[in-house]
Design a protein around this ligand. Structure first.
Ligand code: DX5
Ligand code: ZN
Length: 212
């Protein structure tokens, strides 16, 4: 089981402190939500910030590209030092080629689908992908509520692929995490529920207790 705090809603005026606090609280990965204002209606940060984040943690960096034309940018994120690069099936015409491109860069290749996108859109690449990220909110912003039908998608995927890294992203809190775990999730992206807490380290530990 993996806890992957998303820094999207962290305190960017004191980002290193927030990252170190969640690391001390037992976080396993750091999730980086990259947004371009085109694929999603929000803009977040790019490879330059990722390079800075790389310097302040030893945890694996789990890079979620919510951008158009991801093939043009994967190399920059690989060079910035991330371990996972996840792209949206909806954002590329050549998903098989893109997943190979990510692997050739030395990163693990993930594929993500939005809530309304059927699982069938990625079944052909399930043996190629190292990870599948099931969006449980419409991407673009932290602090939204989990969309329940996305858990059904997780269960169907887990039944197809018992050993796959299945990640969920959006609306994960102390109440919804057990539901996601029961559905078959093993990687949990948590944003506002951790970085919106008074004590980031303590809140991260609370999530860890739910996975014991
Ligand atoms: C896209 C982002 C968010 C974020 C998680 O919207 O991917 O889902 O990581 O945000 P919370 O945990 O606050 O829903
Ligand atoms: Zn994400």
């Amino acid at each position: 089981m993996i806890i992957a705090p998303s820094v999207l809603n962290a305190n960017f005026l004191n980002l290193e402190a927030d990252i170190k606090a969640t690391e001390k609280g037992g976080a396993n990965w750091i999730h980086l939500d990259i947004m371009d204002g085109n694929f999603v209606p929000n803009i977040s940060f790019g490879p330059g910030i990722v390079q800075q984040i790389r310097k302040c943690t030893k945890l694996p960096l789990d890079c979620h590209l919510m951008i158009e034309n991801p093939e043009l940018h994967v190399e920059a994120f690989a060079k910035a030092g991330v371990q996972y690069i996840t792209v949206h099936a909806e954002a590329t015409k050549h998903l098989d080629r893109l997943l190979h491109q990510i692997k050739e860069l030395g990163c693990k290749a993930g594929v993500s689908i939005n809530p309304a996108t059927p699982l069938e859109s990625i079944t052909e690449v399930l043996d190629l992908a190292d990870l599948v990220l099931i969006m449980s909110v419409n991407p673009g912003f932290g602090g939204q509520s989990l969309i329940p039908y996305c858990l059904d998608k997780v269960s169907r995927l887990r039944a197809m692929k018992p050993d796959l890294q299945i990640e969920i992203d959006g609306g994960i809190n102390l109440k919804t995490m057990p539901q996601a775990k029961a559905a078959g999730v093993n990687v949990f992206v948590i944003g506002s529920a951790i970085f919106g807490a008074e004590d980031v380290e303590a809140e991260t530990k609370e999530f860890g207790k739910l996975l014991l």
